[in-house]
Design a protein around this ligand. Sequence first.
Ligand code: NDP
Length: 244
Amino acid sequence: MTLALVTGGGSGIGREIAVSLRREGYDVAVTVLPGTYAPGDDGIGVFPCDAGVEEDVEALFTKLKDTYGRTPSVVVNNAGIQTWAPLLDLSSDDWDKVIATNLRGTFLNTRIGARHMVAAGRQGAIVNIGSGCNRLAFPNLVDYGASKGGIEQFTKSAACELGPMGIRVNCVAPGAIDTDRTRLETDAYAKEWAGLTPLRRVGTPEDVAEAVIFLVSDRASFITGQTLAVDGGVFSRAPWPAYG
Ligand code: NDP
């Protein structure tokens, strides 16, 4: 069975991607921040690993090899955090934290994962979870938007370099998705975003997982370097006034 790794798979979208991959017949391992998560009994392996710490990620892949007898052929870089502040107030500590988890974490798990795939002579598929937030400037999300824009560009570079080795790299860019985390942003999250979204609803973690499942499957065997928006059209919608 193919082994799939989902970073930050203890909650929200990552959790749903892991459960969906399992349902599709993959062996699935997820990473969680050290000390934050009690594993269930759903057949999904749980491994503490800070996505942005190189030694953690190296140790993770060694541990996966020991546990499963192989390293992943599918890697989903989902771990992500955000801080909220206007640029003039944004601390360099918050900037570093967000870039370390989101962008450096994606780089590390891609590079180390791909090295293992190449060493084992295996083909593979990597999906990076980006965001629609980097399509347009998003208020108070300077560091996050920069990290997600970086992930989109990184996806293209990684796809071109790893393509000749049989490794595809794509990005999924969610719009407004209803998760425990986004519900904390505002009580009216789903209602507000449904009103802004052409398909008139917020997305679900299942919507994002479906796109990931497709992109890692053989049905997407000629697709690499792409960003697939799963956003109900919200980031295609210009926020300009309508005339006439
Ligand atoms: P969650 O906060 O539920 O998911 C993020 C997960 O990443 C959490 O389980 C978190 O663990 C984990 N995590 C955080 N830092 C690290 C780290 N350094 N190493 C390993 N794991 C870490 O939010 P969502 O499910 O909403 O977000 C998932 C992804 O989707 C993120 O990349 C986010 O940017 C992206 N996204 C989400 C959108 C949405 O509307 N929900 C829209 C666009 C993109 P813990 O909970 O313990 O901190």
